[in-house]
Design a protein around this ligand. Structure first.
Ligand SMILES: [Zn+2]
Length: 264
């Protein structure tokens, strides 16, 4: 067994047996890893207070050849974004972020993009003064929706499932005015005549109208760093529509219900 070390964020934690835990991390060097933490809830020195969400930890784990599950040996806090666990709205966003990451990220995909995407978002959100909500020009919810769309759009890019918004998926006609509808099943836009062509067999329920400005918004967010969030003025209604569209796309694509979107 090899002992490996890397930095990571917990995206899934499940209690097992009396004191053990099963944990998934998005790591800096190994993509998503899932490990078994023996006696995690009793071992104070190695784990106590170090297995929280929104915490960057350095983890040491044993890799067993031929096994998908690693063995977590030890965790140490590198940075703690504790404000993310204090505010209920941010916490709800956090549950979305971790659930989507866990579902979309592949085990042992060693690109660092997703790790840094999460790290930058946590860093930035940790500084958000939610207590000063009355003084903020926009509501916390609006800001969090922007983070959500930024996160999901970029994650879709990094995992290679960002939809094709520029050409009809059937006939390749260019979506010049961003007026095409979206086919959830095929993961791309579809022109009017293809959508109405009965021979192509598009189920009505699979075709969605894209929210106003969604394509522009998503393209902007995948082409910029996080500072775009403060620069973009978009109203909450449009952002909510974008969030619902992304949820539907993700559910359809993964075949899973996203529980974190059902809390409200
Ligand atoms: Zn077409």
């Amino acid at each position: 067994m090899k002992l490996l070390s890397t930095n990571g964020f917990i995206v899934y934690a499940k209690k097992m047996n009396e004191a053990d835990m099963l944990l998934s991390y998005i790591t800096e060097d190994y993509g998503k890893i899932t490990c078994f933490a023996n006696n995690a809830r009793k071992s104070k020195k190695r784990f106590l207070g170090k297995l929280e969400p929104a915490m960057l930890t350095n983890i040491k784990f044993y890799e067993k050849p031929g096994m998908t599950l690693d063995i977590l040996y030890e965790a140490d806090i590198v940075e703690d974004y504790k404000n993310l666990r204090k505010d209920i709205n941010i916490y709800l966003f956090l549950t979305k972020l971790t659930e989507i990451s866990r579902i979309l990220c592949q085990e042992r995909d060693n690109s660092k993009n997703i790790f840094y995407l999460i790290k930058n978002i946590f860093k930035s959100l940790d500084k958000l003064e939610t207590g000063a909500a009355e003084r903020m020009p926009v509501s916390v919810n609006t800001v969090l929706l922007k983070y959500e769309i930024y996160f999901i759009s970029n994650l879709l890019k990094f995992t290679g499932i960002y939809p094709n918004f520029s050409n009809c998926i059937e006939c390749s006609e260019s979506n010049l005015r961003n007026s095409f509808d979206f086919n959830l099943k095929k993961g791309g836009v579809i022109c009017k005549s293809c959508a109405e062509d009965k021979n192509k067999g598009h189920a009505y329920s699979e075709i969605k109208k894209l929210p106003v400005n969604f394509i522009n918004l998503s393209n902007l967010m995948t082409g910029s760093d996080l500072s775009i969030i403060n620069k973009l003025a978009v109203n909450e209604e449009i952002l909510t529509d974008c969030s619902i569209f992304l949820r539907d796309f993700l559910s359809f694509h993964t075949g899973k219900r996203l529980k974190s979107f059902e809390t409200i």
